[in-house]
Design a protein around this ligand. Structure first.
Ligand code: 5GP
Length: 181
């Protein structure tokens, strides 16, 4: 897998350091709020979620949603179908949505609207990666791991054609990987 990577953007150690910082920030923001619900959107967030939840030393619950966005694999249309809804009732709860990457913002903007209708006490977004130059719709991101330029990245949960999620770092694929498809 690693021989298909052109460049490592963020190493395991860099990601771990940043997650420790974000965890401390979330801890400080929620310590007096009497609980927190972390929501993950499958599948890309799986790795980040596991590390992030362990970086927050507070009583918390976790829950997951699975959605599919119509459109090609590398571009999101923003039209979202819920494949698996949350198990938890979020009404009156302090919720943080964890995301792997925000690109156009279309998916997340749809999700935020959907979840706001359920009247949580608060709803914030925490993303590992953000590509602000690609944004088509504004989404209020409270916690951002790293801001990246308009590059397609893989690893640390992020896939290309469902592969490369298990790379422990975030990187860019060699062009020949796409050409070979
Ligand atoms: P958005 O609705 O913000 O355009 O789409 C976000 C979703 O698109 C992410 O959750 C992810 O699944 C996918 N995505 C966007 N940019 C990248 C990228 O650089 N690499 C990978 N692997 N997925 C991406």
């Amino acid at each position: 897998m690693r021989d298909k990577i052109e460049q490592v953007l963020f190493s395991e150690a860099q990601i771990a350091d940043r997650i420790r910082e974000m965890g401390a920030q979330i801890e400080a923001d929620y310590k007096d709020k009497g609980g927190l619900l972390l929501i993950g959107v499958l599948r890309g967030v799986a790795v980040f979620f596991g590390d992030m939840m362990r970086a927050i030393d507070l009583p918390l619950d976790i829950d997951f949603m699975s959605i599919s966005s119509y459109g090609s694999s590398t571009r999101s249309s923003g039209v979202v179908r819920i494949l698996k809804d949350l198990d938890e009732n979020i009404t009156g709860r302090h919720v943080v949505i964890l995301e792997d990457i925000i690109d156009t913002g279309l998916t997340l903007s749809y999700l935020v609207r959907l979840l706001q209708e359920r009247r949580p006490a608060s709803l914030e977004i925490c993303t590992l990666l953000d590509k602000p130059s690609r944004r088509l719709i504004e989404v209020p991101v409270k916690y951002t791991g790293f801001t990246i330029p308009d590059q397609f990245v893989v690893g640390y949960g992020l896939d290309y054609d469902q592969k490369f999620r298990n790379l422990p770092f975030v990187g860019v694929l060699k062009p020949e990987v796409y050409a070979g498809k």
